[in-house]
Ligand binder design. Structure first.
Ligand code: SF4
Length: 431
């Protein structure tokens, strides 16, 4: 009798990746042969963990489901299950449109998914997560869902209300990760700065950072997905105080025009945002700030866009990404006219990235001659590739070291002196 083998395929963000890792851990914990993103064609059961964020992501999820639906129709696989944000949001439509899928599950329906494998949800495995990233770094989700009303965002529709994970559970998970060799933990959430307001009735991220920073073996703690409004400033004090908390902050700001921030229901203004950034830079002088912006939100005029460009030029963010607005049904903005043509949305996004490229090049060139503690992630094309504390995996700059001249161990830290720089990468040698 052919033994079942499961392959989990993950789309979307790091929060979805953590969900896939939890599914992997639970299935393996129930003795079911399971892999994640296996390249081998030896699995007869596929679980697609989808993303439903914006148009492109939704299309990628649908294409992936259809690919496996064809594989099932060709008899290459026996079962196809779909979970994640797209499934949560469009279950009824998807069930009608893609009947080859055996079952669709929402983002909170893991026990029901496990039932398909006659498996039970094992509470004893909470915090004992098998990670799929390089052994030396791992994501840790500190909360689920979001209570914010951002006009353009469908995430609360797919992830529900904000729910913080208990601090004890997170500390135990960090200890388990450290025991398994993790040196860097990336803290993720929909809104990490909301942490604690539900279960501890106060913003408690600073205390969580202190507790996690006390965990032995964790060299780097990295904070992602902060929110500007009501930002808990005590987080910056802990960041400045603790060596193993990266002087790094990912804080999506979305726009640089007060009029647009109001339309986007962000609860803040350009002035308040600038003063928050200045406070961050005064409390943590070498902090690297990553942000994300949206071009082409309904109501955005040329003047508003110029405000955004001026904001980017003035704030000189270390890392910046920009999306083009996606008209998502059931969001607040969907009731507005999507009045910025797609080409103009893209043109504006490209222009901002050109401005940022120059800023990033200047900031990187200023690092030439300096030495940075660098975590070596991998070896590729004759180079060792690593990151400084100012760079998050997969989204930020990398440090490239000539592997024909130097030997470094993957997963180790090395002191790297920067010898050259481009707009998005640094080149260096061990000292
Ligand atoms: S903070 Fe705003 S943009 Fe982020 S997940 Fe919540 S609603 Fe969406």
């Amino acid at each position: 009798m052919k033994k079942d083998k499961v392959n989990i395929v993950t789309l979307g963000c790091s929060k979805n990746l953590v969900d896939s890792e939890v599914i992997l851990t639970q299935l393996k914990g129930n003795g079911i042969n399971t892999d994640h993103e296996s390249k081998k064609d030896d699995s007869n059961i596929i679980i697609v963990n989808t993303c439903g964020f914006i148009d492109n992501a939704k299309q990628e999820s649908i294409d992936t489901i259809l690919r496996y639906a064809d594989a099932k129709a060709d008899g290459q696989i026996d079962k196809l299950y779909v979970t994640g944000c797209l499934s949560q949001r469009y279950k009824d439509d998807l069930e009608k449109e893609i009947p080859q899928v055996d079952s669709f599950f929402g983002t909170m329906e893991l026990p029901a998914l496990l039932k398909k494998f006659k498996a039970d949800y094992k509470h004893e495995l909470v915090g004992e997560r098998i990670t799929t990233t390089s052994n030396h770094y791992a994501y840790m989700k500190i909360s689920e869902g979001c209570d914010r009303p951002c006009s353009f965002c469908a995430i609360p529709l797919m992830r529900g209300k904000h729910v913080s994970r208990p601090m004890e559970e997170l500390v135990q998970e960090a200890k388990n990760l450290a025991r398994n060799g993790t040196k860097e933990i990336l803290l993720i959430a929909q809104d990490s700065t909301f942490y604690g307001l539900d279960i501890y009735k106060k913003r408690n991220l600073a205390e969580l950072l202190q507790r996690l920073s006390d965990v032995e073996g964790i060299d780097w703690l990295r904070l992602h997905y902060a929110f500007p409004t009501g930002f808990p400033l005590d987080v910056l004090d802990v960041m400045a105080e603790r060596q193993n908390i990266c002087n790094y902050l990912d804080i999506p700001l979305q726009h640089g025009s007060s009029k647009m921030l109001k339309l986007m229901k962000r609860g803040t203004t350009r002035e308040k945002t600038e003063s928050l950034i200045q406070t961050m830079r005064s409390k943590v002088p070498d902090i690297a700030i990553r942000t994300t912006l949206i071009a082409g939100h309904p109501g955005e005029t040329e003047e508003d866009f110029n405000d955004m460009v001026d904001f980017v030029e003035k704030m000189r963010f270390d890392r910046l990404g920009i999306f083009t607005y996606s008209h998502e049904e059931d969001t607040h903005a969907h009731s507005m006219e999507d009045d910025v043509p797609d080409e103009l949305k893209q043109e504006r996004a490209n222009h901002v990235m050109q401005v940022q490229e120059q800023i990033s090049r200047e900031l990187n060139e200023a690092k030439v001659g300096k030495t940075f503690k660098t975590l070596i992630d991998r070896k590729e094309g004759g180079q060792f590739i690593g990151r400084t504390e100012f760079d998050s995996p997969e989204v930020d700059n990398e440090v490239l070291i000539d592997a024909t001249k130097h030997y470094l161990r993957i997963g180790d830290f090395a002191a790297i002196k920067v010898t050259d720089a481009t707009e998005f990468d640094l080149y260096g040698e061990p000292v």
